[in-house]
Design a protein. Structure first.
Length: 256
């Protein structure tokens, strides 16, 4: 499968039926480093790791498509797991997250007016936006981009939403424009490059609340929400969707 930035794309594939059925994973990563905790886990798992060097997303996709064609010519059966599992099918998990959030809020009498989520590969944010429309959730979705500039992320989200409409057969012809806002002022220099403010919040939140966020996604999103609240741009209650990444902290800080 391909992975974006320093992440890999993974292509699991099966051997021909006549042979012993084995599933092999080939990981394509654009990172130049062969060290790190993720790489160790990949190696221990026996993954076929391919370091293809820095290249644009589209070029990486072509590289993986060619690899899949070569496997098919050998009567093998590849399945591509996209970067971050960002497909319409993967986005359904965050459609369901909105359903569960609304159910939990209703059960506890909690009203949310604003929901903040990270905007990276786009699958997470698109799923949340689609879910918000599907259940007519009472909140506005704020997407804090951590990678792409605003216009590029907008195009990515629109593509995912179209795919979700086709996959689910729901909300055909619906307009999503009023359901969300993209904030690009907190992305810094892009993916994997933290801002000083987001790093400060990694320390502050851990020490004051016992909650851990990391440098790529969650800290930028958190800082964006808090900054907008402090500026008075957010009226009413706000919710921050913590998308995980705890394990990444161990490779993001080399010294104490």
């Amino acid at each position: 499968m391909p992975q974006g930035n320093a992440s890999p794309i993974c292509v699991p594939w099966l051997s021909p039926p006549a042979a012993r059925q084995t599933l092999t994973a080939s990981l394509f990563t654009t990172t130049t480093s062969r060290n790190g905790r993720n790489q160790l886990l990949n190696s221990l798992s026996g993954a076929d790791m391919r370091f293809i060097g820095d290249m644009p997303d589209r070029e990486r996709e072509k590289y993986v498509e060619q690899f899949c064609r070569e496997l098919e010519e050998q009567n093998r059966h590849p399945y591509v797991i996209r970067n971050g599992a960002s497909t319409a099918l993967g986005s359904l998990g965050y459609v369901q997250a909105v359903v569960e959030l609304c159910e939990q809020c209703a059960g506890r009498g909690i009203e949310i007016k604003h929901l903040f989520v990270p905007g990276g590969n786009g699958g997470l944010a698109a799923g949340v936006i689609f879910g918000t429309a599907l259940v007519e959730a009472p909140f506005h979705v704020h997407v804090v981009t951590v990678e792409h500039e605003k216009q590029e992320l907008q195009e990515i989200l629109c593509g995912f939403i179209r795919d979700l409409q086709e996959l689910t057969g729901s909300l055909s012809g619906a307009s999503f424009d009023d359901l969300y806002t993209i904030h690009e002022e907190y992305r810094g220099e892009g993916w994997g490059i933290p801002t000083p403010e987001s790093v400060d919040w990694i320390h502050d939140l851990a020490r004051t609340e016992g909650i851990f966020v990391e440098k790529v996604y969650t800290s930028k999103t958190l800082y964006g929400m808090l900054d907008l609240i402090q500026k008075g741009s957010i009226d009413g209650s706000a919710c921050y969707l913590h998308s995980g990444g705890f394990g990444a902290l161990f490779s993001q800080f080399e010294t104490l």
